[in-house]
Design a protein around this ligand. Structure first.
Ligand code: SF4
Length: 372
């Protein structure tokens, strides 16, 4: 397969006519192939904002029940701005990257203070809100208000890199700027069209994301049914499998933790993670990191009284960013006079109502006999 750089493929941006033809093909395709997602039944910028933040790093099918639960509990900016920290963390429990939910609440409070509770419509005002970057601001302004603002997420990057055979790493500054410029050309072309079809900017941006999610997928894209294949340079020059060029993958690092389930009648010893660290403010069982190959776990287990020769009660494997984490969980006992150093005693009902990290929620579910 010939590398794109040496294949004579033009690095110039496409002409307006080509862009317009691709836009029309995408809009036609989207009108009959768009998934019926709950946040697509509304133009409420708050509801669309919630969906966009949840969809960062998370698949659509996972987000749907979270979004529905959130919208029932906190249906508007006022309810989010005034909600307790416990409630927002509990509603977000399992989605990870909890800074997102804290930023959402800060943004809601900014809207209440500086925009009299009305979601701002101007791109710069949306971008100024806590936790909102150029992609999310562009998505909200185009989807909710039909403004010609560009979007560039992983799906759109993949589609554009393949459509125009962009072989540079999209994270490189120059390539990234080019991708933003292309995304803007698309949405401005949709806005300029003389045909008066409602929500063209909104639908165009969503069609790019939808094509990336359903057809132009990372592996085994369905080029034969793609609505824009006749314009696609990667398809024409047999470069689809090489693009986008995301560079070398970061090597995963193994980490190992011991966790201790200490129970006193109907109470568990648990602790809240401090603010400002990964999973800050979420709850967990007392735990301790040890060397991956450590054989003598009794030192790490001090002062928890465990039978170190027994196998763990359960073992949870999970990933956070580049870390592959193994959590070995032991039933343990602890002297009452030192328990307070390691956490707080909470009843089963209290524990159920608190927001736990995903791994420790699995431990809890295993303890309470709930599969998840
Ligand atoms: Fe993606 Fe294939 Fe369509 Fe090109 S033809 S945009 S590679 S699905």
């Amino acid at each position: 397969m010939q590398p794109a750089k040496k294949s004579g493929i033009s690095r110039r941006n496409p002409d307006i006519k080509t862009i317009s033809q691709i836009v029309d093909a995408l809009l036609d395709w989207f009108s009959t192939n768009a998934r019926d997602l709950p946040w697509r039944r509304t133009r409420d910028p708050y509801a669309i904002w919630v969906s966009e933040i949840m969809l960062q790093q998370t698949q659509v099918k996972t987000v749907i029940p979270y979004w529905q639960r959130w919208m029932r509990a906190l249906p508007d900016i006022v309810s989010l701005g005034n909600a307790s920290s416990e409630i927002i963390h509990k509603l977000w429990e399992g989605l990870g990257y909890y800074t997102r939910v804290r930023n959402m609440q800060k943004a809601a409070q900014m809207i209440l203070q500086t925009h009299t509770g009305k979601f701002p419509e101007k791109f710069d005002e949306v971008l100024a809100l806590s936790g909102i970057g150029p992609y999310t601001a562009g998505a909200i302004c185009s989807i909710a208000f039909n403004h010609p603002t560009a979007i560039l997420d992983g799906n759109v990057i993949r589609v554009l890199c393949r459509l125009f055979c962009i072989s540079e790493n999209p994270r490189d500054k120059e390539a990234n700027a080019r991708l933003w410029a292309l995304a803007l050309m698309f949405v401005e072309s949709a806005a300029d069209e003389a045909r008066h079809i409602a929500n063209r900017c909104s639908h165009l941006n969503q069609s790019l994301m939808e094509l990336g999610a359903l057809v132009c997928t990372p592996r085994q894209p369905q080029c034969t049914i793609c609505p824009v294949k006749k314009h696609c340079l990667a398809f024409r020059f047999n470069q689809v499998d090489c693009l986008p060029n995301l560079g070398k993958r970061t090597i995963a690092t193994e980490r190992r933790f011991l966790a201790f389930v200490v129970q006193d009648k109907n109470k568990f010893l648990i602790r809240q993670r401090p603010e400002g660290i990964v999973n800050g403010k979420l709850w967990e069982f007392p735990n301790h990191e040890i060397a991956v190959k450590e054989k003598n776990i009794s030192k790490a287990a001090e002062p928890f009284e465990i039978n170190v020769r027994s196998t763990p009660f359960c073992q949870i494997k999970h990933s956070i960013t580049r870390y592959r984490i193994t959590l070995e969980v032991f039933h343990a006992q602890i002297a009452p006079k030192v328990a307070f150093q390691f956490g707080q005693w909470r009843t089963v009902d209290e524990v159920k109502s608190l927001a736990f990290t995903s791994a420790h929620r699995k431990v809890l579910n295993a303890l309470l006999g709930k599969a998840k």
